[in-house]
Write a new protein. Structure first.
Length: 184
């Protein structure tokens, strides 16, 4: 097994060709959380021509709703949520410059095509390991929609956050290819 490659969020777009579906990586830098309710508001802001809570160009969105930080920590458990719930929104955000999404589970053919078309990435975090994931987050700040509670938009700082490339910039999909390999 090869050592996971390390990436910074600000260089991720320029380095997407280095990743293939199935590769492990460690990600450091700024990542934004957004789940269903936040995605609805972000799309409404786009439609209304309003300012967004963060710039979409080359951004990374983590589909997570972190729990409150226990004493002495910057964040509580912060595991991924099911990515397919954001499928209705993802192609539009990718077309507007989003570099990567982080979640768990497979994506629709429309999202896979949007990832390929925009040379972006879909990365998977380990589900059920939110406390472990939190150890790789060094800062957390609510930046939009605080009334949504755990689903507010937050700016996180990742430090060597462990991920797997599930859909690469060529549109190779670990979920579909894995099933084909297993069936053989």
């Amino acid at each position: 097994m090869t050592e996971p490659k390390s990436f910074r969020t600000e260089e991720l777009r320029a380095r997407v060709s280095e990743l293939r579906a199935g590769d492990s990586l460690r990600l450091s830098g700024t990542v934004y959380t957004a789940r269903d309710a936040a995605h609805k508001r972000i799309l409404a802001a786009i439609e209304a021509g309003e300012e967004l809570p963060f710039p979409l160009k080359d951004a990374v969105i983590y589909y997570a709703g972190p729990t409150a930080a226990p004493p002495g920590h910057v964040i509580g458990a912060c595991g991924p949520t099911t990515a397919s719930r954001m499928d209705p929104f993802a192609p539009r955000l990718l077309d507007l410059g989003l570099a990567a999404m982080i979640g768990k589970g497979e994506r629709s053919p429309e999202v896979v095509e949007a990832v390929r078309r925009n040379r972006a990435l879909y990365l998977c975090a380990i589900g059920g390991a939110g406390a472990l994931a939190a150890r790789h987050i060094t800062a957390c700040e609510v930046i939009a929609y605080p009334e949504l509670g755990c689903e507010s938009v937050k700016r996180l700082t990742f430090a060597d956050f462990p991920l797997i490339c599930a859909i690469d910039a060529e549109g190779n999909d670990l979920f579909r290819e894995g099933r084909k390999t297993y069936a053989k």
